[in-house]
Design a protein around this ligand. Structure first.
Ligand SMILES: NC(=O)c1ccc[n+]([C@@H]2O[C@H](COP(=O)([O-])OP(=O)(O)OC[C@H]3O[C@@H](n4cnc5c(N)ncnc54)[C@H](O)[C@@H]3O)[C@@H](O)[C@H]2O)c1
Ligand SMILES: O=C(O)C(=O)C[C@@H](O)[C@H](O)[C@H](O)COP(=O)(O)O
Ligand SMILES: [Zn+2]
Length: 360
């Protein structure tokens, strides 16, 4: 079984990746968490319908377990759903030796991780991600729910015990979710790996034509990039902010349009174009932005998702971004592919970048 080790200041843990790795869950669990008193599976209700049987069959025998199903997508990351999970755990009289399993995409990983981090001040959790996007979300320990004022505004840095990334689950992903996930792969390439970016540009001509081996390689490359950054800066006091490339404008789009209206990756891709425009305005980045935009549009990413979103609303949301300092939005820009930096940008540049997106 192939695994990658994520080393952070607070914890080191394995990411098992490949088709069928869920089959290794029982042995790993018996070895590492034999004292567990209960397994609480927090599952996306849609994903549980599709793949729940596979998960249940892989659970360690002779352990008590239960499933708490939550609504799919961003509806999982609400205060109400969070409270429901905690109430369920308390009603079942779970104790500090209980372990949470997150089963679904990034929304469920973020929610379940936050539940685990706060239940009795913290119990163990395992990520069992089911989306392409989750090569990013299941690694690195950012867990959170949303607030009306901003994406992921209430959360923690809280690492899982292990990640079982069984690529068999990806077979049922709709194209929209493939697109969403690939945005974070492209983000990882832009901030850290010019060779990977070239490979993606040369070979990723259609989301329908992606072969399984290439996809697995892209996911591993993305995890490797993320792992390197998180190992240097678990709590985002420095270089971890680079993983936020495209997210200042992207999160503003998600917030202003209403969480779940557009997918995270679709919003982030528009945020990436926005940040690339800012990069060209503020440094010597040599990327051909027209060509890059043409490529991502050919993959189905749409700049028109901002059509009904006024710049003023997006700007106010950007000011509330977690990277902001004294209400001044800060952006990750690229000096070159693979060379990110964090800068403050004035409103005139932001308006120009916003106009660039509106004209595409
Ligand atoms: N913590 C982090 O570091 C981090 C990183 C990136 C994104 N995120 C967060 O992750 C969330 C997005 O995650 P996501 O894109 O994985 O999606 P998601 O959890 O929102 O799921 C998207 C949709 O895909 C469906 N789905 C999931 N797995 C499926 C499968 N195998 N087959 C069919 N349908 C499936 C879900 O039911 C849902 O409708 C956002 O909330 C974002 O903020 C967190
Ligand atoms: O892991 C990180 O750090 C990231 O920024 C990864 C992002 O892809 C992810 O969407 C993250 O949840 C955003 O974090 P936030 O701190 O801006 O909420
Ligand atoms: Zn993201």
């Amino acid at each position: 079984m192939e695994s990658m080790i994520i080393e952070t200041q607070s914890k080191s843990y394995p990411v098992f990746i490949g088709k069928g790795v869920i089959g290794e869950l029982e042995e790993w669990f018996m070895k590492h968490l034999p004292q567990a008193s209960h397994i609480l599976i927090i599952a996306d209700e849609e994903v549980f319908g599709l793949h729940g049987e596979m998960l249940v069959n892989a659970l360690p025998k002779n352990f008590s377990w239960s499933v708490h199903k939550v609504p799919a997508g961003e509806k999982a990351k609400t205060f109400q759903t969070y409270e429901n999970c905690l109430s369920d755990a308390l009603e079942k009289e779970l104790d500090r030796k209980a372990v949470v399993i997150a089963f679904g995409g990034g929304a469920i990983g973020d929610l379940a991780g936050f539940v685990a981090s706060t239940f009795m001040r913290g119990i163990g959790f395992i990520q069992i991600p089911t989306t392409i996007l989750a090569h990013d979300s299941a690694v690195g320990g950012k867990v959170a729910i949303n607030h009306e004022k901003g994406k992921n505004m209430v959360g923690q840095f809280y690492q899982p015990e292990a990640v079982f990334y069984d690529l068999n689950f990806l077979s049922t992903l709709p194209r929209k979710e493939i697109r969403s996930g690939m945005a974070e792969v492209i983000k990882h390439a832009l901030i850290a790996d010019p060779k990977l970016l070239k490979e993606l540009k040369d070979n990723l001509t259609s989301l329908d034509k992606m072969d399984a081996i290439s996809l697995e390689n892209y996911l591993k490359a993305g995890i490797k990039i993320k792992a390197k950054i998180v190992s240097q800066d678990e709590r985002e006091t420095g270089v971890r902010a680079y993983l936020n490339f495209g997210h200042t404008y992207g999160h503003a789009i998600e917030n202003v349009s209403g969480y779940g209206t557009v997918t995270h990756g679709e919003a982030v891709m528009v945020g990436i174009i926005f940040a690339l425009y800012l990069s060209k305005e503020t440094s010597s980045l040599s990327i051909d932005l027209e060509q890059f935009t043409g490529w991502v549009r050919s993959l189905g990413y749409k700049m028109s998702i901002i059509d009904k979103l006024p710049f003023e609303d997006l700007y106010n949301a950007m000011k509330r971004d977690k990277k902001s300092s004294k209400s001044k939005p800060r952006f990750v820009v690229l000096e070159e592919i693979g060379q990110p930096k964090l800068i403050e940008v004035d409103i005139d540049h932001l308006r120009k970048a916003d106009q660039f997106i509106r004209n595409r």
